[in-house]
Write a protein that binds this ligand. Structure first.
Ligand code: SF4
Ligand code: SF4
Length: 302
């Protein structure tokens, strides 16, 4: 039986998604990720802890937040409110957020139980129509493994199809638990070369690739490659990824073009966007990569 009282931290639940697994799906976003991809479009998912997000456009400059902070961590300057993270004690009350009547300051992430998450999921069951289900995303669901596994377990008890979006950088013991309760794995491979993988994400890829080999022996896997021009889109890397998939009976790769949609969030979270200025790949480049991958016998979807 799933432990419905198990707590974790989520930062969103989205209903009626059509992109992250078969059919109509509910996406549950868990906070925390072991990778730090330079281009990450969901930086609010990287830290496991809750954090404060600031919307300059909503700020009226009333300075109520500054007055409310006992740690004197807030200051108002040309770009609005800034939080000195070395002074912010991440107080439990989040007094600055409470003081802001304009909702310019919000908390990203909240503690939820498996029961809370299942309540949202159950509202969507009529839309699944057999094929759809639940996809755990993030962040990376493997960063809160006990919580993620209890959600998946609770879904299986309701006969709900389950999928996870992950890099699967985790121990074999945890991988086995995910295999037991997950119907489909959507796994990112950012680069086949361990050193380049570390440059782009902060970690090497050996454990990821070993885990994929094991998972593919038990469950369907779709590999996903974010196409980052000049970083991982070279012919050699694409062919090597396709060959790895073919060898491990993974029949499908999804390629996802780089975009900058998450860039504004970095400012809002007080983070630095470290990705150098590059353009999104053109359609013809995506088509060319698709052909390369398919030349190795693997279906490629853009
Ligand atoms: S979270 Fe608490 S300590 Fe941090 S800035 Fe807000 S009020 Fe100050
Ligand atoms: S309380 Fe809200 S609106 Fe007022 S200065 Fe702070 S962030 Fe801006």
């Amino acid at each position: 039986m799933a432990n419905l009282k198990k707590e974790g931290i989520i930062f969103d639940i989205q209903s009626l998604s059509f992109h992250d697994g078969p059919g109509t799906r509910t996406l549950v976003f868990l906070k925390g990720c072991p990778l730090k991809c330079l281009w990450c479009a969901n930086p609010e998912g990287q830290r496991r802890e809750t954090e404060i997000r600031y919307y300059l456009t909503k700020c009226k400059g009333c300075l109520e937040c500054e007055k409310a902070c006992n740690s004197k961590a807030l200051a108002f300057n040309n770009s609005g409110i800034s939080i000195d993270k070395s002074k912010c004690s991440e107080c439990k009350e989040r007094s600055c957020v409470e003081a802001c009547y304009n909702e310019a300051l919000t908390v990203v992430g909240k503690i939820a139980t498996v029961k809370d998450v299942m309540k949202s999921i159950k509202r969507d069951i009529p839309y699944y129509r057999g094929e759809g289900g639940v996809t755990l995303s993030g962040g990376d669901p493997t960063y809160q493994p006990e919580f993620a596994i209890e959600i998946l377990k609770a879904c299986k008890e309701e006969y709900i199809n389950t999928a996870i979006e992950s890099a699967m950088l985790t121990s074999m013991e945890i991988v086995k638990e995910f295999i037991a309760y997950t119907d489909l794995f959507l796994i990112d491979i950012k680069h086949m070369d361990p050193n380049k993988h570390r440059e782009l994400t902060g970690v090497t890829n050996e454990m990821i690739l070993e885990n994929i080999k094991i998972i593919a022996q038990h469950r369907p896997v779709i590999v996903r490659i974010p196409i980052i021009p000049g970083f991982n889109d070279d012919k050699e890397n694409m062919l090597e990824t396709a060959r790895f998939c073919f060898k491990n009976n993974i029949s499908r790769i999804n390629i996802l073009p780089y975009h900058k949609l998450g860039q504004a969030k970095y400012n809002q979270l007080g983070l630095e966007y470290k990705m150098p200025e590059i353009s999104a790949p053109e359609n013809r480049e995506m088509e060319h990569i698709k052909q390369l991958i398919e030349s190795e016998g693997v279906i490629c979807v853009i």
